[in-house]
Design a protein around this ligand. Structure first.
Ligand SMILES: [Zn+2]
Length: 488
């Protein structure tokens, strides 16, 4: 279940996160002016890079849209893993149906006492209409320093990288302390989630993916005009819940109107809701986000980030940041009207009116308290407030020295001076289910892209060739470090 807000030109640090989570096509001017691409062409590749590229191509050219088939893609990779020497008992293609298969491959560690490291990516993609693209979305194309195709930025790039890195570790005879699991799953993108692979595995084969922590999508490197700005680690996602606001009324003939009207009463309630801002509340992740982001900003923005970190937060700093939807959404829970319906006939007074209000709650806020606040703000017992979806509380993942330290160390090795910034997303990934199951998840890729580039779910989706292979090397080193404390 992933719902995505529309994008505008995003300020600094979080655009990289956007590359993964928010999807709308962007036109090509970025490539001309500030794209992250270099003239890198993927020739003379090392064997593990060639494998990553071959797997990437195979995945992009396998139809894994909602009506497609992830089992075909999973089976092909399973055959590669077996050919690389993984025993049958460590290679699984399992799922709720013939077309919704999930691949799980395990590289055994020497110390079974430690819980595994899980490398997670989804291999399903949202649909793409070839008429909207300037090239075929389901053909893997290398052009102008980019790899193009549906899923190249969300999320087949990370799937190919994790799989190729596991094969490389196997072929190098690397034996980690803890098991390393690669899970490539189905239906992360589907709205109703019935066949969501992570949910299915947690419910039916939890032993296959149980882990100490998980590396997932949701993070990434931010660039501007070819310069690397920050390497972002997504450690938290807001909690999604929608409420129905409903008013009923006896109605009557519209030629005899009264001041008491279901639509007006609902409209008044919505106006009161619009005026309400939930209180500012920072958690470990958002505090670290503002602390580190302020070092990258200057002027009023840097001062406001400084101010919001005070206890209590400086009111004018809060007011300043609240004017930018991106920062506002990181300061507090938000609830907004998204859908409206009312009335049954043009010549009749409405007998009912209903609105849908979508809330994105801070993971540290209590959903029941948020509902109570809605009732209080609306302040009208004739407006019934009813949950439409259950909340899925998912605690932020702790910024442990083990995890953050490892990411910082490898980032410094590969991109000296580039800061690591923890982030909280407003969108949702499968981390939702794992965090809810008590397994910490970190969105990390080391794949850098321009802050104004966000083609995930959009037209002409792409990833810079150089960033893809650098991301492969970054994740390879991080995987070694987290699975064995092995410092390259
Ligand atoms: Zn995704």
């Amino acid at each position: 279940m992933n719902t995505r807000p529309a994008n505008t030109h995003l300020p600094l640090v979080f655009a990289a996160v956007a590359v993964v989570l928010f999807g709308c096509g962007k036109n090509d001017e970025t490539a001309a002016t500030g794209g992250a691409a270099t003239s890198a062409v993927s020739t003379e590749l090392q064997p593990h890079q060639q494998l990553a590229k071959d797997v990437f191509k195979e995945l992009v050219e396998t139809d894994t849209t909602f009506t497609g088939n992830t089992t075909i893609a999973a089976e092909r990779l399973a055959a590669r893993a077996i050919a690389a020497g993984f025993p049958d008992e460590d290679v699984h293609v399992v799922g709720p149906s013939e077309t919704k298969g999930n691949l799980v491959v395990r590289l055994r560690g020497r110390d079974s006492g430690q819980k595994p490291l899980l490398l997670l990516a989804h291999i399903d993609v949202v649909d793409a209409n070839p008429e909207d693209w300037t090239m075929d979305p389901f053909t893997f194309i290398e052009q102008d320093g980019y790899f193009y195709g549906r899923g190249t930025a969300d999320d087949k790039n990370e799937a190919a990288i994790h799989f190729a890195n596991l094969i490389r570790l196997k072929e190098e005879g690397f034996q980690p302390d803890r098991d390393i699991i690669v899970a490539l799953t189905a239906d992360e993108e589907s709205v109703d989630n019935t066949d969501n692979g992570v949910q299915w595995l947690l419910a039916n084969r939890p032993e296959l993916i149980d882990a100490a922590y998980v590396i997932n999508e949701g993070g990434g490197g931010a660039m501007r005009n070819g310069e690397r700005i920050s390497n972002n680690v997504q450690a938290s996602e807001k909690v999604y819940q929608s409420f129905a606001l409903r008013v009923t009324n006896p109605g009557g003939h519209s030629s005899l109107p009264t001041k008491e009207n279901a639509i007006y009463r609902l409209a008044d309630a919505l106006i009161r809701l619009r005026a309400h801002d939930f209180p500012v509340s920072l958690n470990e992740v958002t505090r670290a986000f503002f602390e580190r982001s302020k070092e990258l900003e200057d002027g009023e923005l840097a001062a406001a980030m400084e101010g919001v970190l005070q206890t209590p937060p400086n009111p004018s700093a809060v007011a300043f940041l609240s004017r930018t939807p991106y920062y506002n959404a990181r300061l507090r829970t938000t609830c907004v009207a998204t859908m409206l319906e009312g009335g049954h006939a043009d010549n009749a007074l409405p007998q009912s009116a209903q609105a849908s209000v979508n809330c994105r709650m801070l993971p540290t806020d209590d959903p029941a308290a948020v509902k109570e606040t809605l009732v209080t703000v609306i302040g009208d017992p004739q407006v019934a407030v009813t949950p439409i979806t259950p909340p899925y509380p998912a605690p932020p993942s702790p910024l442990t020295p083990e995890m953050l330290g490892a990411v910082e160390a490898v980032t410094e090795e590969m991109w000296p001076g580039v800061p690591v910034i923890p982030t909280m997303s407003t969108g949702i990934t499968d981390a939702y289910y794992l965090r809810n199951a008590g397994i910490p998840v970190y969105g990390i890729s080391g794949i850098f892209d321009d802050i104004n580039e966000n083609r995930a779910h959009g037209q002409n989706e792409r990833v810079p060739v150089q960033s893809f292979f650098e991301g492969q090397e970054f994740l390879y080193r991080l995987t070694r470090r987290l699975s064995s404390g092995d410092v390259e």
